[in-house]
Design a protein around this ligand. Structure first.
Ligand code: UDP
Ligand code: MG
Length: 321
């Protein structure tokens, strides 16, 4: 079969997913077969410590549409996604998690919308009851705060699952920053967006692959890379406190002049010193958040390192046998 030019590239980040990849492909393949499009599936192995890569390599024997980008270690989902997007050959890229929480059955509809002119098709979850309560609550809080503080608005219920036209992917890859909060960056890009609604399902395997610390980093990257409100807020607050302190000082001087020497105001002095001291530390911490990010950006390290590509090149060789 002469392989036509790839039109759709699936990008799937995987981290310790030896079980999930098989289930994923079993459900995905018939959907892709139905599509009248030339598809490639790019798995990005994000430093798995189990046998994910071996599993993928053997699956690749049976399906030449599969290629694998093997990163040198765990760089986190955001970097893995970026690694996958840099390699797409298709006219559009579709990002999807391997655990099937987002149903691949809506892909044909996403592709239809794209063929009809949408540049970005975002899958929106209408029901997240399959996620744990803690996850739902923290997500709601986080996106509430994010959308209040940032001028870039993230559509509620949208995850990473989306289709992006090649032009959008190129624009995304041009963004130079290292602290990559993809959901914010995607929203920042703009372009003609359409939404496809679906119900979020239970993951094909238990427990999230996110390290808790990484989730916190993710949240912090989101807020501090997309909003300067936290740093500005403190100058307003500090200014107000300073004005109040001047007024209070004038009052005290006035009282001392009128009534003579007052009782030594030890308590009030301490309170004031401690309060201002605490405020200073807090605002220094906020400064640190930004400075830390400036430091990382200025180092200009690559976002990820590829150990090996099990790519299309050797597919050609294999299929000749
Ligand atoms: N993932 C990854 N690197 C990581 C963590 C996760 O590539 O450090 C992948 C994971 O294999 C899955 C997707 O990102 O395909 C989403 O992960 P998960 O389902 O654990 O996230 P959650 O559902 O908790 O958002
Ligand atoms: Mg999941």
């Amino acid at each position: 079969m002469a392989k036509p030019q790839t039109s759709i590239s699936l990008v799937v980040p995987v981290f310790n997913e030896e079980e999930a990849v098989t289930i994923f492909l079993a459900r995905m393949r018939p959907i892709l077969d139905e599509l009248d499009e030339a598809v490639e599936i790019i798995f990005v192995n994000d430093g798995s410590s189990d046998r994910t890569v071996d599993k993928l390599l053997s699956l690749r024997e049976t399906d030449p549409r599969i290629s694998i980008i093997d990163l040198s270690r765990n760089f986190g989902k955001e970097a893995a996604l970026t690694a996958g997007l840099t390699e797409i050959e298709g006219d559009c890229g579709i990002i999807i998690d391997v655990d099937l929480q987002d149903p691949p059955e809506i892909i044909p509809e996403m592709v239809r919308r794209w063929r009809a002119g949408a540049e970005v098709v975002i899958a929106v979850r209408t029901d997240r009851s399959s996620d744990s309560l803690g996850k739902r609550m923290s997500a709601r809080w986080f996106y509430g705060i994010f959308n209040t503080l940032s001028d870039t608005k993230i559509p509620p219920g949208s995850g990473d699952f989306r289709l992006m036209d090649r032009s959008v992917v190129s624009a995304f890859l041009q963004l130079p920053e290292r602290n990559r909060f993809n959901k914010g960056l995607f929203a920042w890009l703009g372009y003609r967006q359409e939404f496809v609604r679906h119900v979020r399902e239970k993951a094909s395997r238990p427990s999230s692959r996110w390290k808790v610390l990484n989730l916190f980093r993710y949240a912090f990257d989101g807020i501090f890379s997309f909003s300067s409100m936290p740093i500005r807020m403190w100058s307003y607050f500090g200014g107000t406190i300073a004005i109040l302190a001047i007024v209070y000082g004038l009052y005290l001087i006035n009282r001392t002049v009128v009534l003579g020497t007052d009782i030594p105001g030890y308590a009030s002095t301490m309170v004031a010193v401690l309060f201002i001291g605490g405020l200073n530390l807090f605002s220094l911490g906020i400064l640190g958040e930004y400075i830390g990010r400036i430091m990382i950006e200025s180092k200009g390290r690559p976002l990820f390192l590829v150990r090996k590509r099990h790519g299309r090149g050797d597919v050609e060789v294999n299929s000749e046998k």
